[in-house]
Design a protein around this ligand. Structure first.
Ligand SMILES: Cc1cc2nc3c(=O)[nH]c(=O)nc-3n(C[C@H](O)[C@H](O)[C@H](O)COP(=O)(O)OP(=O)(O)OC[C@H]3O[C@@H](n4cnc5c(N)ncnc54)[C@H](O)[C@@H]3O)c2cc1C
Ligand code: SF4
Length: 582
């Protein structure tokens, strides 16, 4: 791995400037506090997103039929720790969902009822996929298999999480919102719970007047459902060598807007480029877009979900998914849909892109990993929601069986995943995305081969290169971005504003990066961050290392920085965005 001296025209590798983090020391606690200082629960679920709440709901369904075990689990049989103000506050997805796993989880709830509950917005009846060779032209192509969505449902994962929270609470779950889990507790080689974070610390970590220390939460089983490469999941993977022999995880970053539109959109749309990304191997940009129709049955509003996803393997430091989305909205295809409408929501989030070969081992003594935290996303199809629900449900079933038999190993969950539709689907697309690392044009035919052969070709295991090992240069993608007009196209800060972001100005910094790095690395962070967190001082030298200013209170916790040389750690519970319909 090489690192340049930081000349803005050279190349620099973010991995050569690792974040100042000592994961085993900071994020793993050895042993529990004394019994009278801790909270004891049956099952602790870290993360109240789609996957974690599916696990909670399924567990409570099983426990409802087994009062003896319910009683053995104590006063709090199932606890969910969620760092957002409310479940759903930090969740974002496209989101067109394969309906099966949600139907299985709540068999008595019809799709009409999903829409009445306000988390579903209609079944996909028509769809179209376009090439966009230029900023003006579109060419419709036959729908490639990964983009076939007929019969799927457009939803909001944020609204779905709020619904799942309600269901879980009604069934007896204890949901601790505004609570970050900051350490995994390991005793005698097994996970025995997690520690919740302190509240009320100042900028330098000093306790303020309203200081509340965190607490050990002891659990018979722990579920890591933190989403895209979570804080504790990462620590647990390292502690138990769960990524041994796997490919490295890679990431994508998506930026989404929801618009209220004057005319209903009659079909679901995907575009696969090449415009507006630069597809040559030198730039390494791979990206795609979605536009999904949403009918809000409760208000009668016509909405659309629109978004841009970019693989974080790119090399041009000036790649900005936020600004690429603004640029994409200028294409006539999009203008026709959004013009006359109003942006009602915005958000950004990273997703794990490595697929099957990058999935860690999913269980360890005392704990399991579900959903995005376990890398269960098919990025070629942009589908993860149904895998999250399925994995949460299978984890609940394995934990239930284990607890009933007095065991602390939940390894049967891993086999259940392997044998499930989730395991099979992810295996089938195991080599579908890696060829794009060679560039869109060179890799495209191999991707098509992988899709056409349903995973049989190319044979073997295709490798992934770590995102943070890509040498970055300061290119000219930035020259394409439109000047925001505040009505149709927006800057990053006005986007963050509408997320309801409520991070305290005097909260401790939860973003770990080196603050004196080559210009190429600093520019990478500045452009990539959808929330405008990183700044380079105006008087910084054009060449050589530069200082980085970190405006961490803008952070929407998308997680992308972890892919490109920094680290998102858990902020104080309750901080960050409050997404409603993303
Ligand atoms: C831009 C984008 C578009 C997508 N489009 C689609 C699509 O159209 N269809 C589809 O099927 N899939 C799509 N996906 C994938 C899908 O959204 C995800 O697979 C799924 O939502 C992940 O759910 P999850 O519960 O695993 O994680 P998350 O939704 O990330 O939930 C994790 C939760 O854990 C909480 N948390 C994390 N760490 C802690 C901690 N230490 N303490 C307390 N709480 C914590 C977080 O606040 C969050 O609420 C998309 C993803 C993205 C990012
Ligand atoms: S600072 Fe926050 S919003 Fe910006 S890239 Fe990092 S995690 Fe995402």
């Amino acid at each position: 791995m090489s690192a340049s001296t930081g000349n803005g025209n050279g190349k620099a590798v973010p991995a050569a400037y690792p974040p100042p983090v000592d994961s085993p020391k900071e994020f793993v606690k050895r042993g529990l506090d004394a019994e009278d200082e801790l909270i004891e629960v049956g099952v602790a679920i870290v993360g109240g997103g789609t996957a974690g709440l599916a696990c909670a709901n399924r567990l409570l369904q099983l426990l409802a039929d087994d009062p003896a075990l319910m009683e053995r689990l104590g006063e709090v049989p199932v606890a969910v720790l969620e760092k957002a103000k409310t479940c759903g506050g930090h969740n974002l997805s496209g989101a067109v969902m394969r309906p099966g796993p949600l139907q299985e989880l709540f068999p008595d709830l019809s799709r009409e009822e999903w829409r009445k509950e306000g988390f579903a917005f209609g079944e996909v009846e028509k769809e179209a996929v376009y090439l966009t060779p230029t900023s003006k032209v579109k060419i419709r192509i036959p729908t490639p298999p990964p983009f076939k969505n007929h019969g799927n449902e457009v939803i909001s994962v944020s609204a779905l999480a709020r619904y799942q929270q309600r269901m879980a609470e009604e069934a007896g779950a204890y949901i601790l919102t505004e609570t970050s889990a900051t350490q995994v507790i390991v005793e005698d080689g097994r996970v025995v719970g997690v520690r919740s974070g302190d509240k009320g610390r100042g900028k330098d970590g000093e306790p303020l007047g309203n200081f509340e220390p965190g607490t050990d939460i002891k659990a018979k089983a722990t579920v890591f459902a933190e989403g895209c490469w979570g804080h504790l999941t990462g620590a647990a993977i390292r502690e138990f060598d769960l990524a041994d022999g796997r490919e490295p995880q890679v990431w994508e970053l998506g930026v989404k807007e929801v618009w209220k539109v004057p005319r209903p959109l009659d079909r679901l749309i995907h575009t696969v480029g090449p415009w507006p990304v630069k597809i040559s191997a030198r730039y390494g940009q791979v990206g795609g877009t979605w536009i999904y129709p949403m009918k809000d049955e409760r208000t009668g509003d016509d909405l659309v979900s629109i978004g841009f996803v970019v693989g974080l393997e790119y090399a041009d430091a000036t790649t900005s998914p936020h600004d690429l989305l603004q640029l994409f909205k200028l294409h006539p295809l999009v203008r026709k849909i959004l013009e006359g409408g109003e942006r009602v929501a915005w958000g950004a989030k990273a997703l794990p892109g490595g697929g099957y070969w990058s999935m860690p081992k999913l269980s360890m003594p005392g704990a399991v990993i579900v959903g995005d935290a376990g890398g269960m996303v098919d990025t070629a199809a942009l589908k993860g929601v149904h895998h999250c629900i399925a994995s949460g449900k299978l984890a609940a079933e394995a934990i239930y069986r284990g607890l009933k038999n007095g065991e602390s190993s939940f390894e049967s969950y891993e086999y259940a995943i392997e044998d499930s539709e989730t395991g099979k689907e992810l295996y089938q697309v195991r080599n579908t995305r890696q060829p794009f690392q060679k560039g869109f044009l060179k890799g495209g035919p191999l991707v098509n081969l992988a899709i056409a052969s349903r995973g049989k070709l190319p044979p073997g295991r295709l490798k992934w290169h770590r995102n943070d090992e890509m040498p970055m240069f300061v290119g000219n993608t930035k020259d394409r971005y439109p000047r925001p007009d505040g009505r149709y196209t927006f800057d990053k800060l006005s986007s963050v504003f509408i997320t309801g972001n409520a991070t305290r100005d005097d909260a401790p910094n939860h973003i770990r990066v080196q603050k004196h790095v080559p210009r190429e690395v600093a520019e990478t962070w500045k452009w990539m961050c959808p929330a405008g967190v990183y700044e380079i001082p105006e008087d910084a030298p054009e060449t050589g290392p530069v200082d980085v200013i970190v405006n961490y209170t803008n952070c929407v916790q998308c997680g992308a920085i972890t892919a490109k040389g920094g680290r998102l750690t858990t902020p104080e519970g309750g901080d960050g965005p409050l997404y409603q319909i993303t």
